[in-house]
Write a protein that binds this ligand. Sequence first.
Ligand code: TMP
Length: 219
Amino acid sequence: MPSAGLFITFEGIDGAGKSTHIASLADAFRAAGRHVTLTREPGGTPLAEKLRDLVLNDAMDPLSEALLMFAARRDHLQQVIEPALQRGEVVLCDRFTDATFAYQGGGRGFDLGVLRQLEHWVQSRPGSEQLRQPDLTVWFDLPPSVAAQRLAAARAPDRFESQPQAFFERVAAGYAARLGEAPGRFARIASDRPKELVWQQVRQAVEQRGWLQVSGAAA
Ligand code: TMP
């Protein structure tokens, strides 16, 4: 249970359409009088944004990729996420560690045991037995074939967006595996639907947990 703030993360394969709904949820929380920190991974601090640029654009081996994701996460947690939660804010984060398990673990086939060790190191908290984990993870679950059509129309793809559909099938399986390990933390949102219906599911997931009585619709 969140003691001070609320930590909500958003996941899905590239093209799943997270952005609009993250912005709408931020608006809804603000309308309800909450302070919102809107952030993303990899990124969210000056150092982590530099690491993002490297990891999205420069060739590297899977271990380097995983280490850079977690290095960026460590800085982001320390500089932004933990302080905001301590201030009692709502932190809405576009991707977090589930993305590493899905993309590096599922997509790249990288060693899950190593990822678990890194997760443990990076998300440990002084004076607590529990790792820092999201209070809720909204997973925008879109069939990779549909995402591929959306991505085909997109701007110049990065190192992940340019992957074949089979890669995203493995990423989606990676997300499903993470959900299986912590079902109570996840809200799986069927995203192959009109935007308004997807927004309703997002709203319900938050309302059901008693965190927000949202009356508005997607922006
Ligand atoms: P974005 O385009 O949604 O901002 O995400 C950036 C890309 O980084 C996206 O293709 C997913 C990828 N990614 C990973 O591979 N591992 C991670 O841990 C994170 C946070 C993102």
